[in-house]
Write a protein that binds this ligand. Structure first.
Ligand SMILES: Nc1nc2c(ncn2[C@@H]2O[C@H](COP(=O)(O)OP(=O)(O)O)[C@@H](O)[C@H]2O)c(=O)[nH]1
Ligand SMILES: [Mg+2]
Length: 195
């Protein structure tokens, strides 16, 4: 995989000039997004895994094999941000989904251990309303016993009111699980789009 960080954009105007299909990674802060981005791209430390989750507010555009962008969107739901920061983030994400001037698909990430929050449900609703293809990715599956995983999957699917045909990817960045399945979805969408 050939991966290049093209730009880190604070707003839509900062997106790269070259238009390619975009696969956006979005999730609550600390859900394991940076770890999964690194796992997906096969890089150890490209995306920053940090213990200062409030910090990154940029849309990071990684061009993959010159064919598409992985867009690492800022995480949401971090408790210690101001109302203005939260409002700014919501505006950015809604406008990212709404402008529809570029082909976009979304990976919505959730920590498999936790019940979806009000934020998670709101974001899932916006993604669904946007009409963009969306897959749900549950992270950190190594943290639970195999026996309890199906119950957690059902809880998440139920809480987000996901349509039955929503692609659902159990993953573990720590154990290297889920990458191939996610990449297969990317490839399938690219082929459908004729890209
Ligand atoms: N056990 C386990 N821990 C993980 C996994 N993915 C992320 N983590 C841990 O979860 C925390 C948050 O991860 P990070 O990737 O920074 O999350 P982000 O805030 O969503 O970008 C870190 O302590 C990671 O080491 C995983 O697949 N398994
Ligand atoms: Mg992160």
């Amino acid at each position: 995989m050939d991966v290049e960080l093209v730009t880190s954009a604070p707003d839509l105007a900062g997106r790269p000039a070259e238009i390619l299909p975009e696969f956006a990674f979005i999730g609550r802060s600390n859900c394991g997004k940076s770890s999964l981005v690194n796992h997906f791209l096969g890089r150890v430390k490209l995306a920053h895994t940090s213990n200062r989750p409030g910090k990154t507010r940029l849309m990071n555009y990684y061009r993959v094999d010159g064919r598409y962008y992985l867009v690492d969107l800022p995480g949401y739901g971090y408790a210690r941000i101001s109302k203005q920061q939260r409002a700014g983030w919501l505006r950015l994400f809604r406008s990212y989904l709404a402008v529809r001037d570029r082909p976009v698909a979304v990976f919505h990430l959730l920590d498999v251990r936790h019940r979806p929050t009000a934020d998670d449900r709101q974001i899932a609703g916006w993604i669904a309303d946007s009409g963009h293809p969306c897959a749900v990715v549950v992270t950190k599956i190594d943290k639970l016993g195999t026996n309890s995983l199906p119950r957690h999957y059902q809880q998440i699917i139920h809480a987000l009111a996901l349509p039955a045909d929503t692609p659902f990817f159990p993953t573990s960045a720590a154990k290297g699980k889920g990458r191939k399945e996610m990449q297969a979805w990317v490839t399938a969408l690219m082929e459908t789009a004729g890209a």
